[in-house]
Design a protein around this ligand. Sequence first.
Ligand code: AMP
Ligand code: TRP
Length: 330
Amino acid sequence: MKRMLSGIKPTGQLHLGNYIGALRHFVDYQDEYEMYAFIANLHCITVPQDPVELQKNLRDCVALYLACGLDPAKATVFLQTDVPAHAQLGYIMCCHTYMGELNRMTQFKDKQAKGEKNLSGGLYTYPALMAADILLYDPDYVPVGDDQKQHVEITRDVAERMNHRYGELFKIPEPLVAKVGARIMSLSDPSKKMSKSDETNKGCIYLLDPLKTARKKVMGAVTDSYANVHFDPENQPGVSNLMQILSSLSNDRPIGEIEQEFQGKGYGEFKRAVADAVCARLEQIQARYDEIITSDMIATTLSDGARRASLLANAKLEKVQKAIGMEIIA
Ligand code: AMP
Ligand code: TRP
């Protein structure tokens, strides 16, 4: 069975972009692949966090993984810090990643370009830790949204470099980025991606938003004056974004079919269909979330997940340390 691994940062609440770009694929793939899905709580502290809020987000993140359909009997769901090998191999990867490579990463570059002050060293070296997250498990594929493709590519480069230097240590993973939905845009500004750091709170639909709020956000989404439900991300980014959301939430229904259905119809009717699809999915997720958050499922899932993940991760860390010559072998 081929293996897959992916993670999400518990920074703020999970949103529809995380669900469509990443989480729903974890769920789809869990029958066909050996799936490892973790909560990246080391990555999230690369930017300042409020401790009380972070704790709540961690629980919510695990609960939402399960509420969206990840089944702990099939997938290994775990917390990054429960497997200390992530931080340990992360340091080793950091020592094998060039500053020139890190300088090219858009995530850090963007924040720097915006003039944000006091960016942390952890944010800069983040891709090396992400490489460790991946390479500890030898996955065949890493399902991610579009913005993370670059990080999987640097992972491949560093893995190849180390394989060349020390002998075969790592499998070279492939990023898996869906054709539709890999970059869901903000509803209030379709030139930006939907993200947890949405200041207006109008552009981002959180998975735990009350249904009324979610509906309002869809109905208020920025569109254009063409009055034509047509897929053209360049000239009609708002409408095209809503079409991607609708397609993703209706079993990847072809975009062409959606165009046909709404031919000659107004944006009001189209948005109502999108809002219905969004609310139906949120309702399902939230009902499961309510059951999970009050049960002991979070604790049992994480302890079982940490045990299973550690088996692979510890063996890989030891192999790497030995190959580098860092261990005293009797
Ligand atoms: P993050 O919230 O940055 O930890 O992202 C977790 C996963 O969700 C990654 O695979 C991202 O690529 C994906 N993701 C985040 N935002 C979006 C978005 N607006 N559209 C599609 N995928 C996204
Ligand atoms: N960097 C990813 C994000 O911001 C989260 C992440 C951390 C991840 N480690 C990973 C994703 C390993 C895939 C594989 O979305």
